[in-house]
Design a protein around this ligand. Structure first.
Ligand SMILES: Nc1ncnc2c1ncn2[C@@H]1O[C@H](COP(=O)(O)OP(=O)(O)OP(=O)(O)O)[C@@H](O)[C@H]1O
Ligand SMILES: Nc1ccn([C@@H]2O[C@H](COP(=O)(O)O)[C@@H](O)[C@H]2O)c(=O)n1
Ligand SMILES: [Mg+2]
Length: 231
């Protein structure tokens, strides 16, 4: 198991915050706008963990691929791990499949175990954990099992209409890429993901990225966050 050796709080020294309301509560979100902050070089023996949040179709997977290419992270998509578990014929497969079909959240114990296995079998120490945590339960289970918090949290902020359009055009044969499941996923996102976003915002770890624009335009907003890291 890894031990944390350094704080990266000064990563956020070139950020500004904005306040907004969601579900009757006020949230504060950090928005990064420059790449000039210094961060400690992550080292083997101490994982550098980035959580990647955003609604369905906000572009998390697409941007993760760009971050991997530019900065040498290992991409761990919680959704992909769950889909792989279904395909492997595991004992959990049928319950995971019906949960995904309903747009609901798989029990954290299952997802965290899959993430942990993936991290432990990797030679890398820079991880992008995509689509996780989806709920406070997910977040707490990760902290308890892995014993650490993320260094950075990205939140791809995208209007619902745009997310629906992207998901319906995705065409990758996913069982949840249909209008009924998308509506449920959006409801679950609103209900369960905002507390997580708020939590990391309060801890000064959240980077909100406007996810409207071309893939390259959005990546140019992501790049400064990781620019101090070498590949
Ligand atoms: N900036 C963009 N503009 C237009 N289409 C995009 C953009 N980014 C991603 N897409 C497309 O939108 C679809 C959804 O993107 P992606 O799979 O990256 O989203 P996601 O956040 O990982 O979604 P999910 O949570 O459902 O896995 C894909 O078909 C992708 O090619
Ligand atoms: N932490 C998570 C992540 C995902 N799921 C389930 O998988 C579905 C697809 O996830 P994507 O990230 O690939 O969109 C999602 O709708 C959930 O049903 C989960 O339970 N927990
Ligand atoms: Mg995805």
């Amino acid at each position: 198991m890894w031990r944390r050796v350094a704080s990266v709080s000064h990563l956020f020294s070139h950020s500004k915050s904005t306040k907004f309301n969601q579900g009757g509560s006020t949230f504060k979100i950090w928005e990064t706008f420059t790449s000039e902050s210094e961060i400690p070089t992550p080292s083997k023996g101490s994982p550098f963990i980035t959580f990647v949040l955003g609604g369905p179709g906000s572009g998390k997977g697409t941007q993760c691929a760009k971050i991997v290419e530019a900065f040498g992270f290992t991409h761990i998509s919680a959704g992909d791990l769950l889909r792989r578990e279904i395909a492997s014929g595991s004992a959990y497969g049928s319950v995971i499949l019906s949960t995904i079909r309903e747009g609901k959240i798989v029990p954290s114990q299952v997802t965290v175990q899959l993430i942990q296995k993936e991290m432990e079998s990797s030679d890398n120490y820079k991880f992008l954990i995509d689509g996780f945590p989806r709920s406070e339960e997910n977040r707490k289970a990760f902290e308890q099992t892995i014993g650490t918090e993320p260094d950075v949290v990205l939140f791809f902020d995208c209007p619902e209409q745009e997310m629906v359009k992207r998901v319906l055009n995705r065409n990758q044969g996913r069982v949840d890429d249909n209008i009924d499941t998308i509506k449920k996923r959006l409801e679950i996102f609103d209900e369960l993901n905002w507390p997580v976003i708020n939590y990391y915002s309060q801890r000064g770890k959240l980077h909100k990225i406007n996810a409207v624009g071309t893939v390259d335009e959005i990546f140019e907003k992501v790049r400064p966050i990781f620019a101090p890291l070498s590949k």
